[in-house]
Design a protein around this ligand. Structure first.
Ligand code: CTP
Length: 481
């Protein structure tokens, strides 16, 4: 045992004494001891306690019937218990923590497994079948060794050295549940840990087995990687291990640099990951992070080489926004307003740049505000993140221009209120004024009014819009009733 480890265990003792004194924990401990059954706090809670991360999820493994102990503890605490007979688990919530009980298993541990549970294992057997050494640590709730840490695979040292390692031969651990390959990468990204060579090589070897895992579970882990502090770490590992091309081929296609007549384009995979990391510094919005990941997704599909201009990716924002649906569907992400938000940002991500390159005219800014609506601030954040040039002058120039666009956006918004555009003259008013029913003419007039406002020909108010409506109606030969 290293000196450092002894010190750590000493410090931990105090922390463990403290958590065992919390009221929920005291009641659970009493039930365990009265029932004379062996039970342990296990998994993520212990890991996070040592890492000093806050955790509200407490897993308790019982050598025996976990459901029974959960029911008794819940009764004592006066809370409702939910029993999942098929999974052999039971859980309850107290105001400060969510507790799940499970019987120790002889076979692979997996919360969501649909396979029949083989219970009646010992703690040791249960720990053997967990995913990583750092997730197999247990704290005893038993009288004879209350509060001691049971760490058969030296998970504490791995926590100290920031290592991800499987407790058993990694081929066995990954074959128990291939999702663990992505979990290894997720923990590496979340905790800034390194996956040991033996474990990483097993991921490379077993990557194809990911296909037996449901898309929903894969996506849950992907989202956690995206939400981590340095998402690029996770995506580099996914790519290096061979998993990325299996679970998200469109993203892995971004990788690589092609050169023709001495002209190279940038590696769009590296660029995308940098944009994602940049966004991660500014926002925890999962969907904004997805937009960053997908903003250039259609570059491979639109890539062309022109003798004069070099590499082009014309229309990648448009094709990219179309690809969002296909990718969301394939990954089982929600096909709802979140997807539409990502589509919108992908579609619009070049607009502020184009705008900033030209003269920033009022009407261009008005149109951008109209198209982006309430998502304008997120769009501008994405555009800032998209500047990954190493040339300081280029970066300064773009940031400066974006600042100009922002100032203009604010000015125009204050003046014209375009952000949540509502036509100042409604279809009903047009129909009532001219005694006509719904039809092509109403649409034409409404659209002409909107265009006139966006072009700055009239102001966004009722009087000017009404006057404009009259001129348009006249042009169409419609007369007042
Ligand atoms: N576990 C496992 N294999 C899996 C999933 C989970 O062995 N495929 C075990 C690990 O011991 C893990 C525990 O179940 O610590 C709880 O799983 P989960 O709640 O998914 O993860 P946590 O480790 O708690 O981490 P997080 O809360 O960040 O998901």
């Amino acid at each position: 045992m290293t000196d450092k480890k002894t010190i750590l265990e000493h410090v931990l003792k105090d922390e463990i004494t403290q958590i065992l004194s919390y009221s929920t924990m005291r009641q659970i401990k009493e039930v365990v001891q009265t029932e004379n059954i062996r039970a342990y706090i296990i998994g993520g809670y212990v890991r996070d306690l040592i890492l000093q991360r806050h955790s509200n999820d407490l897993d308790i493994v019982v050598e025996g019937n976990g459901i029974e102990i959960a029911q008794k503890a819940a009764r004592k605490l006066g809370v409702q218990v939910n029993v999942f007979k098929n999974f052999g688990t039971a859980m309850f919530k107290t105001p400060d923590i969510e507790v799940e009980f499970v019987g120790a298993r002889k076979e692979s541990y997996r919360k969501e497994s649909r396979k029949p549970i083989v219970e009646n294992g010992s703690l040791e057997e249960d720990q053997n079948r967990r995913d990583f050494t750092i997730n197999a640590l247990a704290i005893s709730l038993n009288k004879e060794n209350l509060g001691s840490i049971i760490d058969p695979f030296d998970g504490i040292s791995d926590l100290e050295q920031k290592l991800i390692r499987t407790p058993l031969n990694p081929d066995v651990t990954f074959s128990d549940d291939p999702l663990r390959m992505i979990r290894a990468i997720r923990f590496a990204a979340q905790l800034n840990f390194t996956i040991v060579d033996e474990t990483f090589e097993a991921i490379e070897r077993n990557a194809e087995r990911i296909f037996i895992v449901s898309k929903e579970r894969v996506c849950e882990e992907l989202n956690k990687i995206i939400l981590s502090e340095n998402p690029s770490t996770g995506f580099h590992l996914l790519e290096k291990s061979g998993l990325l091309k299996l679970i998200f081929p469109q993203l892995s296609l971004l990788k690589g640099v092609e050169s023709k007549n001495g002209k190279k384009h940038k590696d769009n995979f590296e660029h995308t990951l940098q944009v994602l990391d940049n966004i991660a510094l500014k926002s925890n919005n999962l969907w904004l992070r997805w937009a960053a990941l997908l903003h250039d997704i259609a570059k491979p599909a639109t890539k062309k080489f022109d003798e004069n201009t070099g590499w082009t990716f014309h229309g990648h924002e448009f094709i990219g926004s179309k690809m969002v649906f296909e990718i969301f569907k394939q990954l089982k992400l929600p096909l709802n307003e979140k997807m539409k938000y990502v589509q919108k940002l992908v579609l619009l991500h070049l607009r502020p740049i184009v705008l900033a390159q030209d003269e920033v005219t009022d009407s261009a800014v008005r149109r951008l505000l109209f198209d982006a609506g309430d998502d304008i601030d997120d769009l501008m954040m994405l555009c800032d993140a998209d500047i990954t040039s190493k040339n300081r002058n280029t970066v300064a120039k773009y940031l400066n221009n974006f600042q100009l666009v922002r100032t203009k956006l604010k000015e125009i918004e204050e003046k014209d209120a375009i952000r949540n555009f509502q036509p100042p003259v409604s279809g009903e008013i047009i129909m009532e004024t001219y005694g006509i029913g719904p039809g092509r003419e109403v649409g034409l007039i409404k659209n002409a009014i909107k265009e006139a406002i966006l072009d700055g020909i009239i102001k966004n108010n009722y009087d000017e819009a009404y006057e404009f409506m009259q001129k348009e109606a006249e042009k169409l030969g419609i007369v007042k009733k």
